[in-house]
Design a protein around this ligand. Structure first.
Ligand SMILES: NC(=O)C1=CN([C@@H]2O[C@H](COP(=O)(O)OP(=O)(O)OC[C@H]3O[C@@H](n4cnc5c(N)ncnc54)[C@H](OP(=O)(O)O)[C@@H]3O)[C@@H](O)[C@H]2O)C=CC1
Ligand SMILES: O=C(O)C1=N[C@H](C(=O)O)C[C@H](O)C1
Length: 326
């Protein structure tokens, strides 16, 4: 296991440390909380015909709130219901003028069935927790409600199987940010065109997220799948996960105001004789690109359902290819 204290001779998290916050290769400046480069307010509303009901599951959490806000700003109809892993929470969350009622696990099936009766064309967007991915997907599939699964983790094979077996519509992606999705698409293309091109190279991966993130980056796992096709191997257990705010601030170079919400990724490749090294980084501050991408995903899926497209399972590369990402 790569350790921050005893890094291997040829590679350490030093790429981030070496560069420092203000060095030549410092992590890109992220918009500060006070002056965001792109705010959700700039998104314009979709045509009225595309204003459909959207239920965001996970509205007690950070992504749930961000997506619900973005959906409201785009003119979608936010269904005033969301779920929690906690029973008897008796809680309401106010988002963009809508009071969202939070229900516990024992009520979720009845409540969701009623929602579907009232809003037959509803699309669910799920931003809950890794250990809810499969049970939530089962529920959506059993009730036949189309869903966007933004939540990472869970058993991926079972997730796809549940959707396939039920013939439900779903869009599944661990990454909703347009520019990172484009990078993933490029990596998939390179891996398909040049399989084995990096045979024998060592791959080392570091990812830094807010302390509350429970799982290893799902995006890193998808990137690693491409690196593996290119001939590199990386044991998922050896991904260096940084969750400590001090390290994030002083070693990774995350701006202080984004310690509570960031996703920095670094992939470092080295040739067998150490004569060649390559690096890829994607560093995101805040959550707005995921929130906007999630609404793009919901709109895309809604259109697929309405047109009764025979294809049932999509990912964000499909949305990007369709030109449907803002
Ligand atoms: N695809 C993408 O682009 C992105 C994906 N993510 C992923 O989204 C997920 C959520 O991230 P984030 O919002 O930061 O996490 P948070 O911890 O802030 O929020 C998750 C929320 O889910 C709720 N929750 C947990 N279990 C259930 C359940 N069974 N049913 C309903 N709600 C539940 C929790 O509330 P309670 O305690 O009340 O149950 C919690 O508030 C993570 O898996 C993360 O990796 C994040 C960013 C981008
Ligand atoms: O939990 C997060 O924050 C993020 N999760 C996603 C992942 O696991 O890949 C996407 C991004 O890294 C932010």
């Amino acid at each position: 296991m790569l350790s921050l204290r005893a890094p291997p001779r040829t590679f350490s998290p030093a790429p981030w440390r070496r560069r420092g916050r203000h060095g030549r290769f410092a992590a890109p400046r992220c918009a500060s909380a006070a002056a965001p480069a792109a705010t959700l307010e700039t998104a314009s509303s979709p045509p009225a015909s595309l204003s459909f009901p959207i239920l965001v599951n996970g509205c007690t959490g950070k992504m749930g709130v961000s997506v619900a806000e973005a959906a409201t700003k785009r003119g979608l109809h936010l269904v005033p219901v969301s779920f929690s892993s906690r029973e008897n929470l008796d809680k309401t969350v106010q988002i963009g003028g809508t009071d969202i009622e939070i229900y516990g696990p024992s009520a979720r099936e009845d409540v969701l069935s009623s929602v579907i009766d009232e809003y037959p064309d509803v699309v669910v967007v799920d931003y809950t927790a890794p250990d809810s991915v499969n049970s939530n997907a089962e529920l959506y599939c059993n009730l036949g409600v189309p869903f966007v699964m933004g939540t990472t983790g869970g058993n991926k094979q079972l997730l796809y199987k549940a959707v396939q077996d039920s013939n439900n519509y779903a869009l599944i992606s661990p990454q909703m940010g347009k520019q990172v999705v484009a990078l993933l698409a490029a990596m998939e293309t390179i891996a398909e065109r040049f399989p084995g091109a990096y045979s024998g190279y060592r791959l080392e991966v570091l990812e830094s997220h807010q302390a509350g993130k429970l799982d290893t980056s799902g995006t890193a796992k998808d990137m690693i799948a491409c690196f593996e096709k290119l001939g590199m191997s990386c044991d998922m257990d050896r991904i260096v996960k940084i969750r400590d705010p001090e390290q994030q601030l002083y070693m990774v170079g995350v701006p202080e105001e984004h310690i509570g919400g960031h996703a920095f990724h670094l992939y470092h490749m080295t040739s067998p004789d150490d004569s060649v090294s390559l690096e890829i980084q994607h560093n995101v501050c805040g959550r707005s690109i995921y929130a906007e991408g999630s609404v793009d995903a919901a709109v895309f899926l809604y259109k697929k359902v309405q047109s009764m497209d025979p294809k049932r399972i999509y990912n964000m590369i499909d949305v990007l290819e369709a030109g449907d990402m803002r």
